[in-house]
Design a protein around this ligand. Structure first.
Ligand code: WTA
Length: 657
């Protein structure tokens, strides 16, 4: 989409406003709008004040060195992320505070105090060192939502190893690609994990991937449950694989935290882009932790007695910044849950909120829309009286879902923080401050203090409706794409002449109050249930099937997932369309990438609409998938192709898939 194509008609006309509820601001950590001006007055001093709330082994010399597009924050400073998340809480009453309250899908519970977490992280860190993991080495983590996921990340941080967490729903193929790109030395996985009563056989998937990952020297396997090990036929390869519990057994509970340079890498996290190959987004130590810490504290108004629950998976950036690093750096108590929201019943989340007295709840619009669909009777059965703040992340939240969330979960008492950010930004960028901001359903409102964002048109002029751009470096900004400097520059810093302006890939508008309304991606990236999926990734997976000659993938509006994957496929000579082939192609994509990328609809077509230069006109395919009137077709090489396709699409009962 170009800026001219952002659907202006669809822009939200929403004039409801919600000031902070009565009594909220009085108790909030920040209630004075002056924080915005104070940050603007000297943004480096402002971020330095935040960094000063962390523990440093050596002070930094310079707050910011900016050589676009490369920023270096807090240079000369030394710190350790795990130390900041654990050790510094051990000297006072937080020592015995619950850091992590975990519940498995079957209902098993484990609670770790800060002391407990520190002990196990230290043991695993020592264990990893024994396996030969050194500072700067990469460790891949492929785990379900179990405490060991957070512990593994922190253990890596403790010894300065760079972790690469791979979402447990990804296929062996996706796992292998990510391991190989980062050349990971160790893989931490599990015998299995529960999802809707089933056991996902992670180790078996990993074994498949491990056949083509020569860099892996050892595999550490978490026993999620002994019965799981049996049902998933988990086997360990002698010399390479070992059980997690064996690795940490009898290992010293003290482990020196490696003093890291502020700019040393903390992790890489792969995300989809506009090519078939996912990008390894690289994050730093000092800057990343500073902004993750600051935003967790102010956006979630995180106070000592809060019980905070972010429902994301640790495999995504939200899990990194707002399950692990932000909350623990703040010394919070958090809830972590292994399973699905509708298993064994659709009130599972509310049951957990009631049971643990959750006060701050952070989830995704796709989940809110699912809750809406299931009906308000589910949350109505539970006491949600402890909730005081709600959050949303991952995609635009439609005002209807926002208002439902406010009424049926927040019971009209809780502010909603709609937080806009990305894997690349590392931490929240545009968001309300719950004690300050009057919220508007569907708007992420204003940039966080110290962040500067604006909208540009194609030629780099400021506009009220256009491309979202970040115009000043921020501490948790990505430091690069793993092994691909060229792609880093091209993707994010080359949209406009000024090499210091970050192109986010989203379209947005700004209203008279300066509020941002993010509309969605303007590139070939879909947002399916809050997960980023590159259309070209799915296309490559389809073309990889022996029956397929060519494929074009677009997003189609979906009432719950936001977008669903729709594919237009041209078959090879001699291959015939069939319902079986639709299923075979859907399964193939799920096997190549992961179930989240499975096309919901597949339409076979002898041709795809192309420009005279041979470029597939996705805009037209989107119109077809959405059932819209066709836009301008004059640049097509053969305008009849698209008319035929549209007719077939309609005849097939909306997609044939
Ligand atoms: C979208 C997730 C509107 C956006 C943290 C962005 C949002 C992409 C919001 C990043 C929001 C995220 N309102 N859109 N509050 N939050 N997005 O990297 O398109 O998985 O570019 O990071 O999600 O997705 P990612």
């Amino acid at each position: 989409m170009t800026s001219a194509e952002i659907p202006l008609d669809d822009l939200l006309r929403e004039d409801r406003r919600f000031p902070p509820p009565e009594g909220f601001s009085e108790r909030a950590l920040v209630s004075d709008p002056a924080v915005y001006e104070e940050a603007e007055a000297d943004h480096e001093a402002y971020w330095a004040r935040w960094a000063g709330e962390l523990d440093w082994f050596e002070p930094w010399e310079k707050v910011l060195e900016w050589d676009p597009p490369h920023a270096r924050w807090f240079t000369g400073g030394k710190l350790n992320v795990a130390y900041n998340c654990l050790d510094r809480h051990l000297d006072g009453p937080r020592r015995n505070k619950a850091a992590l309250i975990w519940e498995g899908e079957p209902g098993d519970v484990r609670t770790y105090t800060y002391w407990d977490l520190h002990r196990e992280v230290s043991q695993l860190a020592n264990g990893l060192r024994e396996l030969g993991v050194k500072k700067g080495d990469r460790v891949a983590i492929y785990l379900p939502m179990v405490p060991e996921a957070a512990i593994s990340m922190l253990a890596c941080a403790r010894i300065g190893a760079i972790h690469s967490v791979v979402f447990g729903g990804f296929s062996p193929n996706s796992l292998a690609d990510r391991i190989n790109d980062a050349q990971a030395k160790v893989l931490i996985t599990a015998d299995g994990g529960y999802r809707r009563g089933n056991v996902i056989p992670l180790k078996r998937n990993a074994d498949d991937a491990l056949e083509r990952t020569p860099s892996i020297e050892h595999v550490v396997v978490v026993a999620r449950g002994w019965n799981i090990a049996r049902t998933t036929q988990t086997s360990l390869k002698p010399g390479r694989d070992l059980w997690y519990h064996d690795l940490i057994r009898g290992v010293p509970t003290k482990c020196q935290a490696e003093p890291m340079e502020a700019e040393d890498h903390l992790f890489v996290l792969y995300t989809s882009g506009t090519t078939g190959k996912p990008k390894g987004v690289v994050h730093s130590t000092g800057g990343y932790l500073t902004q993750a810490y600051a935003t967790t504290k102010w956006v979630f108004d995180l106070q000592e007695d809060d019980v905070y629950w972010c429902t994301a998976d640790v495999g995504w950036i939200t899990g990194h910044s707002y399950i692990v690093y932000g909350p623990l750096a703040n010394g919070a108590t958090m809830v972590m849950y292994e399973g699905a929201p509708d298993f064994p019943h659709r009130g599972r989340f509310w049951e957990l909120c009631e049971k643990y007295g959750v006060t701050v709840f952070y989830t995704a619009p796709t989940a809110v829309r699912a809750f809406m669909k299931w009906g308000e009777e589910w949350p109505a059965r539970y006491d949600l009286g402890q909730l005081r703040l709600l959050g949303s992340v991952g995609e635009p939240i439609n005002p209807e879902a926002w208002v439902w969330y406010h009424r049926h979960i927040g019971r009209d008492r809780c502010p909603i923080v709609d937080t806009w950010w990305q894997t690349e930004t590392g931490a929240i960028m545009i968001t309300p401050l719950p004690g300050v901001t009057e919220t508007a359903p569907g708007s992420a409102t204003r940039p966080f203090p110290g962040i500067r964002a604006t909208l540009f048109n194609e030629s780099g002029e400021e506009t009220r409706s256009g491309y979202l751009a970040i115009t000043r470096p921020w501490p948790s900004m990505l430091r690069g794409i793993w092994g691909d400097e060229e792609r880093f520059r091209k993707t994010y810093w080359s949209k406009w002449e000024d090499p210091g302006i970050y192109f986010a890939g989203d379209g947005a508008k700004v209203d008279d109050d300066g509020y941002f309304w993010v509309l969605g991606r303007v590139d070939d990236v879909l947002n399916v249930a809050g997960h980023r999926i590159g259309t070209s990734e799915v296309e490559s997976a389809l073309v990889d099937h022996p029956a397929v000659a060519e494929a074009a993938v677009v997003g189609k509006t979906d009432p719950v997932k936001g977008q669903a994957v729709a594919a237009f496929v041209t078959l090879r000579e001699g291959k015939e369309p069939s319902a079986e082939l639709v299923v075979a192609l859907q399964t193939h994509v799920a096997e190549v990438i992961g179930a989240i990328a499975r096309p919901q609809q597949i339409l076979f077509s002898a041709d795809l609409p192309k420009t005279r230069s041979g470029k597939i006109m996705r805009r037209l395919l989107r119109d077809i998938a959405e059932g819209k009137a066709l836009g301008d077709t004059t640049t097509l090489a053969d305008p009849n192709v698209v008319e035929r396709l549209k007719r077939r699409y309609e005849e097939s009962g909306n997609g044939g898939g």
